[in-house]
Design a protein around this ligand. Structure first.
Ligand code: HEC
Ligand code: HEC
Length: 326
């Protein structure tokens, strides 16, 4: 070995062993709650490319269509669009009601082997990729062959982040995503992020929910609840809605942190509710405001860029007025 080769080997060994493996960094109980998003890659490096057929035929399906839908229904081995089977796809919106697409935001995945996949949203808010997501032997079905397990999207293990400018929201790792109950693998964010009146993975926009609120007489029902519903409730669900997952087997992990923000009165089995995270003497020190602040290590990421956010100010005023159920 030449000296320079030896040196390169030494340096890369140090770099390699000095870093946490993906399993330690992300796929631990702590990492599943809060883990810094991968950086240093080119945003959008894994964006899917259109086939020549799709480029040529304007009447065919394309990258701007079916916004907010569960792409995997058609884009799977047995679906209508079996020529283009994505490993991940979806749509981002600016708001929970899915009125406006969020253009140019980034979706980052880190798989169980530490591979980073990055996609950016196009003009309709859509994103899709064909890049491989590593499968996790811990999730393999013992009745299937290794090859079948590897090919099954229900064994693909990843953590996801959505990044809009400098605001980042992490997805709490949910095991077994990807059509485990169906016979064919399919994968798209719309599979789960499509509750009743909302579509897509919506929480990362960083736009205020309230366009205005009164200077005094802020109402819980009219002003505070819409913010909690829009920006917090997807994780902070009542205990009876079982906001937890099990991974690895035997480790129960609560992605709502035991905090129910779905109503003024908390679910009787939840540890805390909105009334437990307000500080009437010092509204700004209230956990409801301080925990999701930009720069904190909150499992749900940052909701407020600063204390100037309209939603932040409305909640602060509501607390200053006694945090009533009005
Ligand atoms: C109702 C079925 C259906 C749904 C849902 C659907 N698509 Fe499609 N899509 C099609 C069909 C059919 C085609 C054209 C045939 C093909 O490309 O396989 C197509 C083509 C495409 C293409 C062009 C593929 C190529 O050939 O390069 C892209 C990109 C695409 N869709 C993205 C998406 C995204 C992103 C979503 C989810 C937000 C989605 N589609 C949801 C049916 C669907
Ligand atoms: C993507 C999921 C997610 C979203 C969305 C989310 N959170 Fe959280 N939150 C968590 C998790 C997980 C924990 C527990 C771990 C931690 O403290 O980070 C938590 C903890 C908290 C705590 C600390 C609870 C305690 O016991 O002290 C507060 C306060 C909180 N969140 C407030 C909010 C508010 C307010 C919003 C909306 C503006 C919000 N969260 C949105 C996942 C989320």
């Amino acid at each position: 070995m030449r000296l320079s080769t030896k040196l390169t080997f030494l340096i890369s060994s140090i770099l390699f062993f000095g870093q946490l493996s993906a399993t330690d960094r992300v796929f631990t109980p702590k990492g599943m709650q809060w883990a810094e998003a991968p950086s240093g890659h080119v945003a959008g490096k894994d964006n899917g490319e259109l086939s020549d057929e799709a480029e040529a035929d304007e009447t065919a399906g394309n990258e701007f269509h079916m916004t907010g839908e569960d792409c995997g229904i058609c884009h799977s081995e047995t679906g209508k669009a079996h020529e283009s089977v994505f490993t991940m796809a979806g749509t981002l919106y600016k708001d929970r009601a899915a009125r406006e697409p969020l253009v140019g935001a980034e979706i980052i995945l880190e798989d169980v082997q530490g591979n980073v996949i990055s996609m950016t949203t196009n003009d309709s808010g859509n994103f899709f990729t064909y890049s491989k997501i590593a499968s996790d032997p811990q999730a393999w079905n013992p009745d299937k062959s290794e090859a079948e397990n590897r090919a099954s999207s229900s064994t693909w293990r990843y953590k996801a982040w959505v990044k809009n400018d400098d605001l980042i929201t992490a997805m709490m790792t949910i095991p077994g995503v990807g059509g485990s109950s169906s016979t064919t693998s399919r994968m798209s964010c719309g599979m789960h992020h499509a509750p009743l009146n909302s579509r897509g993975a919506l929480l990362a926009s960083g736009f205020s929910t309230l366009s205005s609120y009164p200077e005094t007489g802020v109402s819980f029902k009219k002003h505070v609840m819409p913010v909690l519903k829009n920006r917090c409730k997807s994780c902070h669900l009542p205990e009876k809605a079982r906001p937890w997952v099990e991974y690895p087997k035997g480790t129960k992990y609560a992605y709502g942190g035991g905090l129910d923000l779905s109503a003024f009165e908390k679910d009787e089995n939840s540890e805390k509710g909105i009334q437990d995270i307000v500080n009437l003497n010092n509204p700004d020190a209230s956990l409801v405001l301080a925990t999701p602040m930009y720069g904190s290590q909150h499992g749900g990421g940052a909701s407020w860029r600063s204390t100037d956010d309209a939603d932040y100010k409305a909640i602060r005023q509501w607390i200053a007025e006694g945090a009533k159920n009005n």
